[in-house]
Each structure stands twice: as structure tokens, then as C-alpha cells.
Design a protein around this ligand. Sequence first.
Ligand code: DOR
Ligand code: ZN
Length: 365
Amino acid sequence: MTQSTSNLTNTNTEVREITLTRPDDWHIHLRDGEALPTTVAHAATSFNRIICMPNLVPPVVNVKDAIAYRSRILQVLEQVDIKSDYKTSFNPRMTLYLTDTTSADDIKQAAESGIVQAVKLYPAGATTNSADGVTNLSARTDVFDAMQKYGLPLLIHGEVTETHVDIFDREKQFIDTTLTHMVKQFPELKIVVEHITTGDAADFVLSQSERVAATITPQHLLFNRNHLLVGGIKPHFYCLPILKRRQHQEVLLDVATSGNPKFFLGTDSAPHATHAKENACGCAGCYSAPIALPLYATAFDSVGKIERLEGFASQFGAKFYGLPINKEKVTLVNRPMQIPTSYSYMQQQDVTPLMAGDTLPWSFK
Ligand code: DOR
Ligand code: ZN
């Protein structure tokens, strides 16, 4: 699919199809160990390159950890039952988890490793497995200087963690109190504001040079906090940063479908066993990897912008990271698809995907 609608075809039966370059996922959680057979099979079926988040327990903090984690992923890839083409094109790219003790030398080694694509900043306590995150950002200046020097992007979970700050305001507060200063202090640092959820974050990214970009998840394009809270709490819509009000959803849809290369695909697909989400203290994370592309297609088509999907899903992220565009293609068709109610996950467990049991208007051909 190009920016024109030349690859958007109507077949005789009035079913629309789009063929686009196979996408990459610039933000995904695969977890580790027994989770990998499910998450690797789903990620490799949907995407070529992926950026694997480092919030394992314990986290991926240096190149040695990243190499070991990547080889566990590739070992599982060999064993899963998916098309061999998908195995060939799958390329997990790694991240380091920034801690209070990450050194400039860790950054240098990561930049030279060829497999570490970026460094992830979790403010300590912001989300799942973030306890080892950064407690004092101003003490990490040497690390950001090194990232700037070696051209290693910083991926940011942009939320403050102070208990008195309302959960719906945490992203905006992070921008106002932290990010605005960081971009001035490190003018060459490449930054991705991950999984943006507010008009404030979209405006911030738009106001910066091209070295500041953002990923957007399918859930933040398709849903708002009413979906999470009205008519009963729906734990499978609970993720962090939390879904915001409808006006923010509309801005996100607007920028994602605008053709602006600052905004690109990052699912934040984050598996938690169903029992851990349907729980008095449910975990944060939406699992979307196997159905992500039909979800995004549904979001883009909802505002009549399906022809803008290819840039968002398959071009802009690669451009930001200085990587080539994939050669493989994928075709989506405007034909209904029922999302499975669950997938098997870990030993004797299951994971419930986003929109489990619902019917999407777009599916894989
Ligand atoms: O909802 C989320 N889940 N947000 C995050 O930032 C982390 C993720 C996870 O690892 O489960
Ligand atoms: Zn994430």
C-alpha cells in the first residue's frame, strides 16, 4: 500500500484488500522462559523486526544479558510451529533497562554490540517490573551523554510516580516536569516517548525536532477510559499508561493517521496470565501481538485513513532507527475475524487477548 490508494483494491464482491510492507513492532514484551513459545510464535507471525522490552525479572541490564535473552528467544523460534518464512525474517532487537547503576561504559558496549537497539527508561515504580528503574534522573547525566555520543536512542515510559499525582495526569506531569528539560539538556539524544496516551504527549512530540518520536498502541487508538470503566471494570483494557478520556483518543487517532513519520507502531503487547488480570489486584498490560495488524487496520479505517497504515506500521519506525524497509508483504482484507477468547500460555495457563471474543472488521488474507 502506498500513500495513494493504488494498492487498496475492491474485489468483485466489494471486499477491500490492502497489501503493505510487512510491519515491525518497535515496542513489545515477550517475557521469558515458559512464556516464550506463545509470545515468540505470535510476534514472529505478525512482525519482522521487534524491539524487545527488557523488564524481565531480573531485568536485562547489560550486553551480556541482552545476548543471552536474544539467544533464548531464537532458540524458541526454532521450535515453534510457524511458517519458515516468518522464522527467517524475524529479527528481535534488544534493549537495556536503565538502572541507577548503568554506566557510560555499559552504553558504549551496547552501542557497539550490533544487537542493542535502544535503552529503556522506567521511572522506578511506574509500571510492571519497574522496581529496578531509575530513582534519580539527574544522577544519570553521564549515561545520557554517552547515549547521545554513541547514537543510542532512549525509549521512555513517560509517567511520574509520585503517589499524590492522579493516575490520569501522570503522563502530562512527566512531560511538564521532566521531558521538557531533558530534550533541552541533551539536544542530540534520540528519544521515543513510548505508548503515548494524551493530546499533551502528541503536541509535545510535534513541537520537537525529528529526533523525538512516539509509539502508539492499538488500545490507545481504539479505546478510552469509558471502555475500561463504564458498565463494570474490564481488566483486559487495563494497561499503563492508563486509557484516557475520548478527546485524547481522538488526538492520537489524528496524529497516527496523519502521515507524520514521528508516530509509528509499538503495540506494547504485554502478556499476563488471565488469572493475573482478572484479579482483585489485576496486572497492567494488554496482549495484542497475534492480532495487532487487524486492530490497527480497524482503527485507521474507522477514520477513513486505511491508506496511511503502511507508513505508520512499516516505514516510519525503520526510518527513525535508520534501518531498511522490509521487503516482505502482507495482505489484509476487510472481512470479519473473530478474535480468540484466549491463547495457551505458560504451563497450564492462558492469556486473554485485547478484544477477546469480539469480531474485527479486518483480518489477514
Ligand atoms: O501496561 C503495561 N504493561 N505497561 C507497561 O509499561 C509495562 C507492561 C508490562 O510489562 O506488562
Ligand atoms: Zn511496554
